[in-house]
Design a binder for this molecule. Sequence first.
Ligand code: ADP
Ligand code: MG
Length: 387
Amino acid sequence: MREMGVTESSDQQQDGPGQAQDRMSLRDVSRETPVDSVSSSRFDQDRREALMASLPEMDEDTPLAAQLTIDARRRIDLQGRRFPRPASTRVITIANQKGGVGKTTTTVNLAAGLAQAGLNVLVIDNDPQGNASTALGVEHRAGTPSVYEVLVDGAPLSSAVQQCPDLPSLWCVPATIDLSGAEIELVSLVSRETRLRKAVDDFLAERVQQGLEPIDYVLVDCPPSLGLLTVNAFVVGREVLIPIQCEYYALEGLSQLLKTIELIKAHLNPQLHVSTILLTMYDGRTNLAQQVAAEVREHFPEQTLKTSIPRSVRISEAPSHGQSVITYDPSSTGALAYLEAAREVADRGRPQPLSVQPVDGASRNVSRQNYLAERWAVLPSYQEDAR
Ligand SMILES: Nc1ncnc2c1ncn2[C@@H]1O[C@H](COP(=O)(O)OP(=O)(O)O)[C@@H](O)[C@H]1O
Ligand SMILES: [Mg+2]
């Protein structure tokens, strides 16, 4: 494997050894074989596996070489692959009241990953900052029909839906600056917590009536707060995806978030549960990131995706081009990680509702010695409150 200067440069790499050849071979596969036949998909899978097996062994001592091998495997495994359709529309709310943890980045890139793999995806930008709208390249200047009109004026969702320029099966309901007033305006409105749910349910039913293809995934991006906008997002979502940034304050506030979800579940939306946790901005070179990741996986073994999202320059650059990283630089480490995460989301369907692992007295005493366990120590009390 080629040596590279710094980890981030793996994002800017040219094709590594064998990768150009991988692409050629996969292109050949899709040219030679009809898309729908079972034998062709078996053939396709065999070719993918043979190509992956031909890659050199991963060298754990040289992280850059290991990353290149992971990327090459993912590229071979995921390129041109179609993900399974869910039995019915999955509505996933991406929430964490902390800002800057990767909610919007995750919403946009998971959505793009799912759409690129052949699924119909709708993103609802429910954050007044409108970052998801920017990243998906949709119009969201003041006055554009948006989630504000849907929530406050009761406009139909279809009047605000825009198709994203890069992916034909990806749509977005944008957020404009008007949404910043909605938090206050909603307070005096009837059914203030369930307005988005009604709009989305009506929209999905309307598509079926019109004979249009159903939407497979609705992803709702949330603002960094637990106000009425987030409550509306929790009432519309059946699942919650929590992005957790692998950094120092990552776990602070998590118990409050889980309590809020339990309250919504008890009073407004019995189906709501935390189905997915995604580790974001993961830097495996730091002990702290490894510790955070290990603690999260220990407490949420079923919910935490195997794939974590690395820190990546390409991921942070993509929004300034009005694109997801999946379309901006499809072969970058960041794009491949989000595509892999999207495949996991699509593959695992809906896991069991959240179960917090009990922390026994002995292990609690030991783990209290470090900062991370201090943060987790709130979880047993959350469990008691939730009962
Ligand atoms: N994996 C990543 N690598 C590098 N930068 C990232 C990554 N994920 C998010 N960012 C950057 O971090 C900042 C916060 O991310 P964002 O998704 O907007 O968080 P949130 O929506 O939770 O506030 C943005 O500038 C974004 O580009
Ligand atoms: Mg955001």
